[in-house]
Design a protein. Structure first.
Length: 414
């Protein structure tokens, strides 16, 4: 299909990027952000423990990690709309299959395959690839926006899921979500999302006079897998961000249970999840914009400081209003991470290799999958999440040291 050149008051890339974020938010919000809401009904329906149920989200992250390099290659070779639409369709299949599950191991298998593909193919990688290809002057901000889908989904989908859960039960909720995915989301994604400005018939955004980017020579050189593996920034990025990912995985999947321990209702727990995601949303915009201007190592330190502070505060007993404030602080810290990952990759590697590098980084994040069952197991054994919170503070403090070895790209003059 040939597209004519669009004329809009704003750059057309923003339209493509924002819609990809909505697709990401729909899928990720239902798979990951709403997962905490299924713990109680699944414990009752399948007579399982928290740790057993948390295995499902761990398997989803493992499956996503295995799929990430292949999805990254697909994003470099095939239209982004096809990859992201395939992820939405995979989620829909998984949601339908969940309603036929008769045991927890079946739920884990569904998350390992279908939900993993949904999170990976329709997740942040696709939107970040679009940001890297559509934008030059505002690439950091665009990458920040590209990662807000997880926050958008976290704000909206748990509230929708909680309402449907209370009204219709978890089986019907999943069937409704699958129907929306196939009837509404997939057709719109195929229509609106375009991989590059050329595909949409528009000019790429001009670069600023100065920008932090890969040198032009590196953009034109071939980026083989061997060369990618030799880059120090690949390994520093993996080391610095994996530990915080473990913490995020563990805490977010157990937020509803943490709230229940604090005497908070399921509806208020859903509000906490939404508050966390809303803070993440604005934080991603801020840190994405700052990544165009400031040292990524400094920004990483600020983000980790907010996460560690909130973890320390969560070990105490607080009222609901104070708890919301702590969760917002944590969300602000968590929101710094994906924009910085994308910014580091986009300034260290050519755009032609962006999908492959990001796929490798996301594969390494598979270690984060241990967070959810680890937090659940500590809670089951000790009767409190404090042990996991203290553990989280220690591993983040250790990982923060590695960021000082990150090679910062100099500003390039066009």
């Amino acid at each position: 299909m040939t597209w004519k050149k669009f004329t809009t008051p704003w750059y057309w890339g923003w339209n493509v990027l924002v819609f990809s974020v909505l697709v990401q938010g729909f899928t990720f919000g239902l798979i990951f952000s709403s997962f905490a809401l299924w713990v109680a009904p699944w414990m009752e329906a399948f007579d399982g423990s928290r740790a057993e149920i948390m295995l499902a989200i761990m398997f989803a992250q493992i499956g996503g990690a295995i799929a990430s390099p292949f999805v990254g290659q697909a994003l470099d070779r095939f239209p982004t709309r096809v990859v992201m639409s395939g992820g939405v369709a995979a989620f829909a299949c998984g949601a339908v299959l969940l309603t036929f599950a008769t045991a927890l191991w079946q739920i884990s298998i569904i998350y390992l395959i279908f939900m993993a593909l949904g999170m990976t193919m329709a997740g942040p990688m696709g939107s970040q690839a679009l940001a890297a290809r559509w934008f030059q002057a505002n690439r950091g901000l665009a990458i920040g926006i590209a990662t807000t889908g997880t926050a958008v989904g976290g704000v909206t989908m748990p509230l929708l899921s909680a309402w449907l859960l209370e009204s219709h039960g978890w089986e019907t909720t999943h069937l409704i979500a699958a129907a929306l995915a196939i009837i509404v989301v997939v057709p719109l994604a195929l229509l609106i999302i375009k991989s590059t400005p050329d595909e949409a018939g528009v000019d790429i955004e001009p670069a600023n006079v100065t920008s932090t980017a890969v040198p032009d020579q590196a953009e034109t050189e071939e980026w083989t897998l061997a060369r990618i593996f030799r880059e120090r920034n690949l390994w520093i990025t993996i080391i610095a961000f994996t530990s915080p990912m473990i913490v995020i995985s563990g805490f977010m999947a157990n937020m509803a249970s943490y709230g229940a321990d604090a005497g908070i209702s399921a509806r208020r727990a859903a509000t906490l999840i939404s508050a966390l995601s809303l803070a993440m949303f604005f934080s991603k915009l801020v840190f994405g914009s700052l990544a165009d201007r400031f040292d990524h190592r400094m920004l990483y330190g600020v983000g980790m400081a907010m996460i560690v502070s909130s973890l320390g505060l969560l070990t105490g007993i607080h009222g609901y209003a104070v708890l919301v404030a702590i969760i917002i602080l944590m969300g602000a810290g968590i929101g710094s991470m994906l924009p910085l990952v994308g910014a580091i990759v986009s300034t260290s590697f050519a755009t032609s290799a962006f999908g492959r590098v990001l796929g490798l980084v996301y594969m390494a994040f598979s270690f984060a999958a241990v967070g959810a069952p680890l937090a659940g197991a500590i809670r089951d054994q000790t009767g409190s999440y404090n042990g996991f919170l203290y553990f989280s503070i220690v591993i983040i403090a250790i990982s923060t040291v590695s960021i000082f070895w990150l090679r910062v790209q100099p500003k390039q003059v066009d």
